[in-house]
Write a protein that binds this ligand. Structure first.
Ligand code: SF4
Length: 204
């Protein structure tokens, strides 16, 4: 398996499609390409994307330092990828794939997620037990990917043209799904200070 960093938008020379044979030192054509993207996300987002689900696993009785009997609920966590929010990262990697495949085919895609707050207690309470996760990304139909980004670009251009009035037009604001029920506006959106809705949420 070979991971390679390619600067999108720059011409790829044929040298990039060759590798040196470890035995004979000759040049070999690379047959299998994996598109890998490195992410650093907070545990809340990691749990959301991976589809981590929390289940009540009964009650545990224990004795506290003063000798009193206490009980606490025990939770277990399961990863359910079918419930995860893969849309944004899936579209992003597939966008890269479509661009790269103008030069050569990509066999599969994956992300490596580093948990930014890994190791803190709050992280385990969200069911995140690893510091790093590597997960496959599914292929999305090329036309669907292209249409999505054409529409996104059009919305972005429109927002730049008409400024805050963009919120008055249907679809002008990020959808509820895109803004993660406003959690993205609160904590993760990098342009929230320029967005009326982001400012509203911050003040709220
Ligand atoms: S702050 Fe604005 S731009 Fe950012 S996610 Fe929320 S609605 Fe979208």
């Amino acid at each position: 398996m070979l991971n390679c960093i390619i600067r999108l938008g720059k011409e790829i020379s044929m040298d990039a499609l060759l590798k040196t044979c470890p035995k004979c030192g000759g040049q070999m054509k690379i047959k299998s390409w994996v598109l890998s993207d490195l992410k650093t996300w907070g545990s809340w987002k990691v749990a959301r994307v991976l589809g981590i689900q929390k289940f009540d696993n009964g009650t545990e009785v224990y004795t506290d330092k003063a000798g009193r009997k206490r009980s606490k609920t025990i939770y277990r966590f399961e990863e359910h990828p079918e419930l995860g929010d893969w849309f944004d990262v899936g579209m992003q990697l597939n966008r890269y794939r479509v661009l790269i495949e103008e030069y050569f085919p990509i066999d599969r895609m994956q992300i490596q997620i580093t948990v930014r707050d890994g190791g803190l207690q709050v992280v385990t309470s969200r069911g995140i037990t690893e510091l790093i996760y590597v997960r496959e990304i599914n292929k999305i139909n090329d036309e669907e990917v292209k249409e999505f980004f054409i529409e996104k670009q059009a919305r972005f251009d429109e927002a730049l043209d008409i400024g805050e009035e963009v919120l008055q037009i249907p679809g002008g604001l990020c959808t509820l799904h895109e803004r993660w029920d406003d959690n993205k506006c609160k904590r993760y959106c990098e342009v929230k200070q320029f967005c009326p809705h982001g400012r509203l949420i911050k003040e709220g």
